[in-house]
Design a protein around this ligand. Structure first.
Ligand SMILES: *[C@@H]1O[C@H](CO)[C@@H](O)[C@H](O)[C@H]1NC(C)=O
Ligand SMILES: *[C@@H]1O[C@H](CO)[C@@H](O)[C@H](O)[C@H]1NC(C)=O
Ligand SMILES: *[C@@H]1O[C@H](CO)[C@@H](O)[C@H](O)[C@H]1NC(C)=O
Length: 884
């Protein structure tokens, strides 16, 4: 929750007064809301709405989104002229441990929203006692709301990608006063901003450097200057160790913003270090919760027109770790955003912005945002089931505790429902519904037909009328149906009776209804209650079916996994100890931990034990391990299993006898890889990457393609390793900052700096570097003092038009020059600066296959009987991409 007190000790109302003043000054009135804004004033009368005079944003009543709580009005003494209308009324929740709003934003699943909740107590209940309570978003904790005094206004924000069409915002009573809420705002965001590896972002702070509170107030600090309606706060001087200001509003009157769209008013001011000193140090108070992790976004733009002899460049450090490999040179009129793309620990030691040696001007900062990473621990219920159960709820006017998500969290499972497990992969589904003795009236709701995996339905002892609908027999999993004690008319559908007769359904209906059936249709079978034998038969039948399915699965698995007769699974720590023979043999280090050799049965395995410092959370690990185990391709190292016992976390991979590619390209290596072998390795690895990008849904970005992550098995088949892991784990060196995790220097997409995001095309770039290494036999970045990058080196050679000087001299010209040209061109296209000019992995695979075929043909025509270590190319042997 946003309160100034946390940082400064200023009275809570201080900032708010300023903000409200700002609104009063702005003269924007626009009845039409920008598309997609949802703005809800809680507690105003049903169906009422208005356009806020100061922001021009249209607010509607909350009544349609909640069916509990009471409307209240704040005490008149707080209704000063400048107070915004949203704060005049609140909805208060004196009853129930949890009360929830259910919203259905137009953009639906997959869209990103900034969601803000506002709170002003205003002594609405005359208790003079501002409450403390929790706010949940979806099925997870969002924030604790604690208002310090009656007059203060608080707000909290979360940035979230909808995993369901339904958004729940719940207030949880902590027995510390009655929960209430003033307003709710949803703002759609471009999906490419504020990317996280997993989960949501809760705002910690959002600061505009360089403007005083009154200056900020004289413009606007939110919509419309900010198209995303973010609220920008002025920076108290106490947040900087050595601040001074430079401002240059007059020269900077436009700014080309990136996707973050930070407003001009915010970007046109900056703070610099005092007296031009070397370092600008930004600091914060203690973290709210020391185990939280954070995302930091820094926005830079040059605000002065530099003279030819002037320069400004600086390095940015979070907790003493450099955020980016290269110095930052802010552009005039152009916003650069620097961000962590994986969460970092609280910047307790602050953020240091240090000028480089070359820079003549001191460092600056224009704006910054810090968010708390909030992992998603559970999934919401399947949308189709939610829609069905909401329909049933409204048809029969069911109250009970039916609020928020039906199945999750388990503590608030809707009374009368049971759901399938929330395993973190598949959304929970409703498996049974018991509405017996609920005074239901009317017919059986057609919504029930959409509860597609329901196994048990109990509608007994109500006042239901009409026919028993035949759709009930379409519910494939329904094994228990209780309809006794209602006023149904007509006959029971034949299909239901049939199922019951066959022992597939335990059916309970009124004898009268059943009799009617007999009379009308001359049916003999009246299964009032299916017999015990029928039920027994049913169990046997189900058991048999399951057994068959399981058996088939095993067969399929065996075929797919070849040498591994072991099913992916979770191993205990003691099992891991025996697999590795007490961690006897270390075969590698890095990539989040140490790798040991071991055996599972007769198969050799590599066991990577993760250092606990590189680990972000049990749930993420579990999720990721299972995800990785579900990805199978011949060019990806397969996971045999994982270990997850207390602090012991490990991943068990297939063993790759010939180690990594870098080793084989290095000068120290005796056995020189032939041109054909190199092409085969490139093709194999490319196919693995192609599968991650195009065969997996959603696509997986490897994020760390490099020659040490390409492993070779005993047949020199190449497989990609460590894919996807960077989503969960921080770096090998124990640092937690994005660029290091995201990529290895030398392989990192240069566009990453301006876009702050890694895409499939970033993998293509890195793969281009790997191809160049294969061609040249040179490492990506030379370790010699001259320090040229492989791309620069190859480019300079290409300028001379001589491919032979590029290709590894160890090959002694045993390759086809045309194919060499082609591969060099392909590699350079992959490593284009602009991602749009890089090919997709589909193209890369195609090109490489052609080159390889040419090379194989050349060898065959040569009749060269060299001992070929490589398996001849067999493009069809791959496991066809399997949808996840
Ligand atoms: C940044 O500069 C300050 C002042 O010169 C220095 O104390 C600090 O160590 C520097 N930070 C880093 C990470 O180099
Ligand atoms: C710093 O200046 C030196 C000398 O002018 C130059 O060679 C070097 O490339 C500059 N470094 C950067 C990072 O611009
Ligand atoms: C439904 O709930 C009632 C009352 O709690 C209970 O008696 C009945 O056994 C339940 N039905 C099923 C199918 O479990």
């Amino acid at each position: 929750m946003k309160t100034l007190n946390r940082r400064t000790g200023m009275p809570n109302c201080f900032l708010f007064a300023l903000i409200l003043g700002a609104f009063a000054l702005a003269v924007v009135v626009d009845a039409q809301d920008p598309s997609g804004f949802i703005s809800i004033d809680c507690g105003i009368s049903e169906d009422s709405s208005y356009t806020d005079e100061t922001t021009g944003i249209h607010y509607i009543s909350d009544a349609a989104f909640i069916d509990t709580g009471v409307s209240r009005t704040i005490s008149p003494e707080f209704n000063t002229g400048s107070l915004q209308q949203q704060f005049l009324n609140v909805r208060s929740f004196p009853e129930g441990p949890r009360n929830c709003y259910t919203l259905r934003p137009a953009n639906g699943t997959g869209s990103k929203y900034l969601i803000r909740a506002w709170f002003m107590y205003g002594n609405y209940d005359n208790q003079n006692n501002p409450p403390t309570f929790d706010l949940h978003f979806g099925v997870d904790f969002w924030d604790t709301i604690s208002l310090l005094d009656t007059a203060s206004i608080g707000w909290t924000e979360i940035i979230h990608v909808l995993s369901s069409d339904y958004v729940y915002l719940c207030l949880l009573d902590k027995q510390l006063g009655t929960p209430f809420i003033s307003a709710i705002e949803l703002r759609p965001l471009n999906n490419s901003v504020y990317e996280t590896t997993d989960g949501s972002l809760v705002m910690f702070d959002r600061l505009d450097y360089g403007s005083t509170p009154s200056e900020l107030a004289s413009t606007s600090n939110r919509f419309k200057d900010d198209p995303y309606d973010r609220i920008w706060n002025p920076t108290p001087n106490s947040l900087m160790s050595n601040p001074s200001k430079i401002r240059n509003l007059s020269t900077m009157n436009s700014v080309t913003s990136n996707t973050f769209k930070v407003p001009l008013a915010v970007m046109s001011t900056a703070t610099t270090s005092q007296n031009g000193s070397e370092s600008l140090n930004l600091k914060w108070g203690p973290p709210i919760n020391s185990s939280d992790q954070y995302y930091v976004y820094l926005h830079f733009a040059e605000v002065e027109v530099l003279q030819p002899n002037q320069s400004r460049e600086f390095d940015v450090f979070i907790n003493g770790i450099s955020l980016f490999n290269e110095p930052i040179v802010p552009d005039y009129n152009w916003t650069h955003t620097l961000a962590t793309n994986s969460p970092v620990p609280f910047p307790e030691f602050g953020i240091a912005i240090n000028k480089t040696k070359n820079s003549t001007l001191p460092p600056i900062i224009n704006a910054m945002e810090i968010y708390i990473a909030r992992p998603i621990t559970q999934l919401q219920t399947d949308d189709i089931d939610v829609s069905a159960i909401l329909g049933i709820k409204s048809t029969y006017g069911v109250k009970r505790n039916w609020q928020g998500d039906p199945c999750a969290p388990e503590a608030f499972l809707w009374v009368g429902l049971t759901c399938s497990n929330n395993d973190g992969f598949n959304p929970p589904r409703i498996t049974s519904l018991n509405l017996s003795s609920n005074e239901l009236i009317g017919e059986i709701s057609p919504n029930i037909s959409n509860l597609m995996v329901i196994q048990s339905l109990d509608l007994s002892n109500n006042k239901l009328t009409g026919q028993v609908p035949s759709f009930l027999s379409q519910l494939a999993y329904l094994t228990v149906l209780k309809l006794k004690g209602n006023n149904f008319t007509g006959s029971v559908p034949e299909s239901l009776l049939e199922k019951s007769k066959n022992g597939l359904l335990l059916l309970s209906i009124d004898a009268t209804l059943a009799t009617e059936n007999t009379n009308h249709q001359n049916k003999v079978v009246i299964p009032v209650v299916a017999s015990v034998t029928a039920l027994f038969g049913l169990f046997i039948a189900i058991g048999f079916v399951l057994w068959i399915i399981e058996k088939r699965k095993r067969v399929v698995r065996k075929q797919k996994e070849g040498s591994f007769d072991v099913r992916n699974r979770e191993f205990t720590y003691s099992e891991v100890m025996s697999i590795t023979n007490n961690f006897e043999r270390i075969i590698g280090k890095g990539g989040f931990g140490t790798v040991y050799h071991g055996y599972v049965g007769d198969s050799q395995v590599a066991v990577k034990m993760l250092s606990s410092s590189s680990f972000q959370g049990y749930k993420e690990f579990q999720t990721e391990a299972k995800l990785l185990m579900s990805v199978h391709h011949k060019s990806l190292t397969s996971l045999v299993g994982y270990c997850n016992e207390g602090t012991h976390m490990g991943i068990i991979y297939e063993y790759m006898a010939n180690g990594d590619l870098e080793k084989h390209l290095s000068d120290k290596n005796q056995n020189v890889l032939s041109w054909e072998e190199r092409l085969q390795i490139a093709t194999d690895a490319a196919q693995g990457l192609e599968y991650l990008h195009h065969g997996c849904k959603p696509p997986i970005i490897h994020r760390d393609v490099k020659s040490t992550n390409i492993l070779l098995n005993e047949k020199f088949q190449a497989k990609l390793a460590d894919f996807g892991l960077s989503r969960v784990f921080t770096t090998e060196s124990g640092t937690h900052v994005s660029t290091i995790v995201a990529g290895t220097p030398g392989y990192l997409d240069p566009e990453y700096f301006s876009s702050n995001r890694l895409t499939e095309k970033s993998d293509v770039y890195s793969f281009g570097i790997v191809i160049l290494e294969l061609i040249t036999g040179q490492p990506a970045t030379s370790k010699s003092p001259g320090k040229t990058h492989i791309i620069q080196w190859v480019s300079s050679m290409l300028a001379n038009g001589d491919v032979k000087s590029i290709v590894d001299p160890k090959l002694e010209e045993d390759y086809d020059v045309n194919s060499a040209w082609k591969v060099v061109e392909l590699a350079m296209a992959c490593a284009s600066r602009a991602s749009t000019r890089r090919p997709t992995m589909n193209n890369v695979v195609m090109e490489l296959k052609e080159c390889l075929a040419t090379e194989v043909a050349r060898h065959e025509s040569d009749q060269s009987d060299d001992s070929i270590r490589m398996i001849p190319m067999n493009s069809e042997s791959g496991v066809s991409p399997m949808a996840r």
